[in-house]
Design a protein around this ligand. Sequence first.
Ligand SMILES: Nc1ncnc2c1ncn2[C@@H]1O[C@H](COP(=O)(O)OP(=O)(O)OP(=O)(O)O)[C@@H](O)[C@H]1O
Length: 228
Amino acid sequence: MIYMSEVSKVYSNGSVALADITVDIQKGEFVFIVGPSGAGKSTFIKLILREELPTSGRLVVNGRNVVEMLSKDVPYLRRGLGIVFQDYRLLPNKTVYDNVAFAMQVVEAPHREMQKRVHNVLDLVGLRHKVRTYPSELSGGEQQRVAIARAIVNNPVIVIADEPTGNLDPDTSWEIMKVFDTVNKAGTTIIMATHDKTVVDALRKRVIAIENGRIVRDQVKGVYGYED
Ligand SMILES: Nc1ncnc2c1ncn2[C@@H]1O[C@H](COP(=O)(O)OP(=O)(O)OP(=O)(O)O)[C@@H](O)[C@H]1O
């Protein structure tokens, strides 16, 4: 699903964000990316999304060679990827329904199919009753559930989440993690960068630890491994 071979990323200011990363993530896996601030976690995610290109190395995402990909093919890559951010990034002037539907309009889905699918994913995240609500009228946890609904509405093969529980209290974080677990059990690969020790230690999923741009640990039923 995701294959990196000897991938390095040096930003134009000379900052070495990733060095010699080799990793293989299979379909259906749930992977936590952990490590200290500045270790390279966000850069790892940006390479998968092709927001940044590796300086060297090979990178294949969902069967596509990301390094040699033409710019015009990037939207096809991104259609197979769902993305969830720490700060939700919902459109404030659109309802819950429209925030989720918008992701399907972009790919020109037929109207009926869209309605059905949007209601289905809002059911899955437990927010069917909030379809007409605006983001400002929702709690942080509810906003994040809308963001997850939006990320999965087009049936992506991989969902990538960058600190999705970073702004949430522990109880709400658990609810969000349950939603991710349900999405994963339905077969979607999940890659999540996080500083949430409680969540990582409780779920015992694969843990990849990055420090100074290098993978220092890759555990099958891993733990967070840091004190913060
Ligand atoms: N656009 C950029 N230009 C130059 N250097 C960058 C850029 N983005 C990140 N870096 C540097 O690359 C290194 C890795 O940063 P990255 O954001 O990937 O770390 P991180 O593990 O996600 O950190 P955090 O947990 O704080 O989000 C850091 O030294 C950072 O300063």
